[in-house]
Design a protein around this ligand. Structure first.
Ligand SMILES: Nc1ncnc2c1ncn2[C@@H]1O[C@H](COP(=O)(O)OP(=O)(O)OP(=O)(O)O)[C@@H](O)[C@H]1O
Length: 852
């Protein structure tokens, strides 16, 4: 407790803007933080560092409250208190906020605000310093009198105050030892004074002024207490405590400076809380805990930091849906219709979901496997999860797990931690308000791990039907029954899902869409949804299917429909502006085009309803004329196409071939480029390749070297030893993306065969397959996604390993019609198919060109 500060504060301080209460040096205050600026400050300065004590804050009082979240910084009180945060307690109820316990160190004044966002930082000047204490004799004398007078009142008042209040007891103990100049601030915060009075004391930079201003406050308090002691006679010893606490409040009430309402409201809230606990249907164990906690709460002074913590806890406990659930309405026929209405294609997924629901209906329990939808982004995994909830009549809640690497994200923090909160599962239950929602655990493949424990292990307990009826969140510290919750997971790949979790889930693959499917999805679902979101009607905008195809092929390159949806959104926004402006014209948005068509428009208008035309603008058309989105309009709105058919261009030189790759985002075509130069037989590989891919490159070169004579392949010096005085460089473009896996083997061989033969690889062929040193072609995964990628890129032929032939069955009919497939079991067959007129010199030409 010292207001005249021997400490040196930094010259720059982050500012905490408060609008209630005034923190004075040497005192402690509880303040609630909920504005965006203050929340940012707490998160980045107090919760990130190792110790709270290492950050000094500048607390600025009297900031207008609502404006504190506005864009511009509100006018700031010039003088503030440098402070340390002693405790931070977080809560999400009724909105995210923190309660800080802060201790004032010394006054400072703002010299200039250096930064306003995300929270203000100011250059400051420290005001309270020991050396400030008067050093002229006269002043010391004057102050000596003042300080004696002040001290006399201070002793008298402290004697009268209630000793059961910890701050009073401490003050009485330390009164003699505290520096005299620190007392005005400390006493002003202990006695009940208004914020205005506290602010005046804070602004009183000179010590003399402070003594002068505090004395009347002490006298007022002493008089009030005397008056009260006369009017109220304590009956028993016990009552003394109550009375001793109350006089301060009563008297200040008489003097009109204090508001009792806050505390009364708090007391009302506690009564309400107690009532809610009594009437809540929580299990016995939870009820017992609540009763115990509310008893503690009632005894706690509100200034104790634990008060807020306990109250938040109890509020969460009564809010949780311990016994509240929705009634399932499971009608398989209705479910089928709903799934079909909401989603085009995805037959396999819909079938499996219906089976799952049917079994649940018959068995009437939830102890089945957890479904996990695995597929590229934007193929509708989340949206199917939402439909499942809709068919069951259940609440839906999505829990994003991407990047979660702390198990307390799932299971909550213990309440003893600073800023403790419940985990995402309990928070989700509070949000939906029922105990049987559908929880979509999004992106289980992106769970991380850290020193704070493994979140996957916590999820195991959540998902295990044998354990989850007793799930204990660390914050709640009592069991919550999760057995009624229906969990569905989604992921982009199974490769990174922790094995134990994978074991508990049934994986349903959701592959990417073909162009035709995307067009259907766009016209049946995405466009109507976007129109509705933008307040447009089908009469106002017309997007023909050719335009949709243009968006798909020239503005997006994806397995799902997320980008397509975004582009459609951009188009609708542009049209909404035009409609709102009343400038209906055919989507060619440039004026010259409109003028060109003017004659034709006049003609239409004469035949129709001339009165509906605006006379004021030559651009006006009848309102019912839809805005047509053709390719020109597309360019106006979305800019020039992002993807042009570059394939044939890139294959215009020997040493380039197209491979097919599988990524968690779906299939992709991948160019492989090779060049040779004089050297010493070195092989350089670039493009962020993994070990397996590097080995494929070595295998390919060895195979070609051993077969160079057979194919008449020579280096620049005419030697069949291809690496003789020659270096080779192989590059896999998109150099920033890491690539691995054996399936590029056939592409590397083809690319090098092209380089050394000087022949061009066919520009409409893509291939995939693992190779062996003996020239065999082995099967690979992801065939369906790879074939769809080749189709998207407009290629005509796909070479796959023969043993993958069975995978072609899952390919949609129209894609099979557009593509021809070559199934190869050895590299001879691959090369024959990849080069026009075949490649083999001494063997039979390729034979397996089968159109499926
Ligand atoms: N087959 C479909 N029929 C109708 N709409 C679809 C279909 N597939 C996707 N969509 C729509 O595409 C959008 C993106 O889908 P969603 O968010 O469900 O993808 P996701 O697979 O969950 O992606 P992510 O893995 O990135 O979360 C949604 O608006 C969804 O309704």
């Amino acid at each position: 407790m010292s207001s005249v500060s021997p400490i040196q504060i930094p010259s720059r301080l982050p500012l905490l803007l408060t609008h209630e209460g005034v923190l004075l040096p040497g005192s402690t205050m509880r303040t609630s933080v909920d504005s965006a600026r203050n929340l940012q400050l707490v998160r980045s300065r107090l919760l990130k560092g190792t110790s709270l004590q290492s950050t000094i804050l500048g607390v600025i009082p009297n900031t207008p409250d609502p404006a504190s979240d506005a864009q511009d910084l509100p006018p700031l009180h010039r003088i503030g208190t440098a402070a340390l945060a002693v405790q931070v307690v977080g809560s999400n109820w009724p909105k995210p906020h923190y309660t800080l316990l802060i201790t004032g160190l010394c006054r400072f004044q703002i010299v200039q605000v250096l930064k306003e966002k995300p929270y203000p930082i100011a250059e400051v000047e420290q005001l309270d310093r020991l050396e400030e204490f008067p050093n002229t004799c006269k002043m010391r004398e004057e102050l000596g009198e003042l300080s004696e007078q002040f001290y006399k009142y201070a002793v008298q008042l402290v004697e009268m105050l209630d000793m059961s209040v910890p701050a009073v007891a401490k003050l009485r103990r330390l009164l003699d030892s505290l520096p005299r100049e620190a007392l005005p601030d400390i006493l002003t915060s202990i006695i009940r004074t208004s914020n205005k009075e506290k602010l005046q004391i804070l602004d009183a930079v000179s010590l003399e002024e402070r003594f002068k201003m505090t004395i009347p406050l002490l006298v007022r308090q002493i008089e009030g207490l005397k008056l009260l002691q006369k009017t109220r006679k304590p009956k028993q010893d016990d009552d003394k405590r109550v009375i001793a606490i109350r006089p301060i409040r009563r008297i200040t009430h008489i003097s009109g400076t204090l508001e009792d309402e806050d505390e009364d409201e708090d007391n009302d809230d506690i009564v309400m809380l107690e009532k809610k606990i009594r009437t809540s249907s929580m299990p016995e164990q939870a009820h017992k805990v609540c009763v115990k906690e509310i008893k503690r709460l009632k005894k706690m002074p509100q200034s104790m930091p634990e008060y807020a913590l306990t109250r938040n806890y109890l509020e969460l406990m009564v809010e949780l849906p311990w016994n509240k659930s929705t009634t399932d309405r499971l009608d398989i026929r209705a479910a089928r219709i709903l799934l079909d209405n909401d989603h085009y294609a995805m037959e396999k997924l819909k079938k499996r979901v219906l089976e799952y629901l049917a079994v649940r209906q018959l068995k009437n329990n939830l102890k089945g496997p957890i479904l996990c939808f695995v597929g590229p982004p934007g193929v509708g995994k989340t949206s199917v999860g939402r439909s499942v909830a809709k068919t069951l009549g259940r609440e839906f809640h999505r829990i994003a797990l991407g990047g979660v690497c702390d198990q307390s994200d799932i299971r909550g923090h213990r309440r003893t931690y600073v800023g403790s909160m419940p985990g995402r599962i309990i928070n989700g239950l509070k949000t939906v308000g029922v105990n049987n929602p559908v929880f979509l655990l999004d992106e289980v493949d992106k769970l991380g791990k850290s020193l704070q424990g493994d979140p996957a292990a916590a999820l195991l307990e959540v998902l295990d039907p044998e354990q989850n009826h007793n799930f204990t969140d660390h914050y709640l510290n009592v069991a919550f029954d999760l057995s009624q919750v229906l969990f569905i997971a989604t992921a982009n790949t199974t490769a990174t899902i922790p094995a134990a979790l994978l074991d508990r889930m049934e994986i349903i693959q959701v592959p990417g869409y073909t162009q035709e499917e995307k067009i259907e999805i766009a016209h049946r679902h995405l466009i109507p949804k976007q129109l509705e979101q933008h307040g447009l009607t089908p009469q106002q905008i017309q997007i023909p299917q050719v335009t949709t195809l243009d968006i798909i092929t020239r503005y997006t390159r994806e397995a799902g429909v997320r980008s397509l949806d975004r582009k459609l959104g951009a188009i609708c926004r542009a049209v909404a502006v035009k409609v709102a402006e009343g400038q209906h014209k055919e989507a060619k948005l440039d004026r010259s085009d409109v003028t060109e068509r003017e004659g034709c428009r006049e003609h239409i208008l004469e035949d129709e309803k001339p009165e509906s035309i605006s006379d004021t603008t030559d651009l006006a058309l009848p309102p019912e004329m839809p805005i047509l989105i053709d390719f020109h309009a597309l360019k106006d709105i979305l800019g020039p196409p992002m993807y042009e058919m570059e394939v044939s261009q890139r294959l215009s030189q020997p040493g380039v071939a197209i491979g097919l790759a599988w990524t968690p985002l779906g299939g992709e075509i991948m160019f492989v480029e090779a060049s040779r130069m004089d050297g010493e037989g070195q092989l350089t590989l670039t493009g962020q390749l993994g070990d397996v891919m590097k080995e494929s490159a070595h295998l390919a070169i060895s195979w070609l070297r051993s077969n160079a004579k057979k194919y008449q392949l020579t280096n620049a010096f005419g030697s069949f030893d291809l690496l003789d005085n020659t270096d080779i460089h192989l590059h896999f473009p998109a150099g920033a993306v890491t690539k691995d896996g054996p399936s590029a083997g056939v592409t590397i061989v083809t690319c090098l065969a092209s380089l050394f033969s000087g022949r061009l690889v066919r520009s409409d062929v893509a291939m995939t397959g693992e190779i062996t040193l003996r020239g065999l072609v082995l099967p690979v995964g992801g065939i369906k996604d790879k074939v769809l990628a080749a189709h998207r890129a407009g290629l005509k032929q796909v070479i796959i390993p023969r043993r993958n032939e069975k995978d072609l069955e899952g390919i949609p009919g129209n894609v099979r019609q557009d593509l021809s497939f070559v199934t190869a079991s050895c590299l001879d067959e691959v090369l024959n198919a990849a080069f026009d007129g075949g490649f083999t010199v001494k063997t039979r030409p390729g034979l397996l060109n089968s159109k499926l």
